[in-house]
Ligand binder design. Sequence first.
Ligand code: NI
Length: 226
Amino acid sequence: MMLHIPAVLNAAQVEECRRVLDAAEWVDGRVTAGHQSAVAKDNMQVPADSPAARQAGDLVLSALSNSALFISAALPLKVFPPLFNRYRGGQAFGNHVDNAIRTVPGTPVRVRTDLSATLFLSPPGDYDGGELIVDDAYGGHTVKLPAGHMVLYPASSLHRVTPVTRGARVSSFFWIQSMVRSDQQRTLLFDLDGAIQRLGGALPHDEGIVQLTAVYHNLLRMWADT
Ligand code: NI
């Protein structure tokens, strides 16, 4: 499942992130790339252990914890501390797949990357190119979102970022280990949860909603690892 999550950050939060990041030290993005992706990758990143990455990352994590849509879709078990990248002057990231397992720097914590997330921090009018293209069985999906919006997609997908030919594209990217490893099962739970929310609005006293909610939780119990 690919999902657009609007307004994870509001305008003030985007501005705060950008203020911190624009003043930060940036290094070659190949530092976090695996062997194959290092060949394809050409961008800049804020070092993961820098105060700027921590500060902006905490802001993103706290916003995510308030996003009902993110929680319903990702069913997060572990979220990798958000990283930040920037493309400009023709920089791009060729086709690659993200590493399956990521160790959180400075800790023994390993995250299985079930989902990848890109949170856009530049308004689309600020740059040309810089589209994220995610391939699935139906072809390539092009993603370029307003600042503060996020896309969630299976980390198993081949994806790329097209060259930024004008301006700069700043974004946050990170991975999620879900309580539900299977994308198919997670998608079913997300659809079921969405239907329950809608029915709950229309028919708040219907016993059928209680029954569907029980089905949701019993499926989650069957499929989730904690
Ligand atoms: Ni990637």
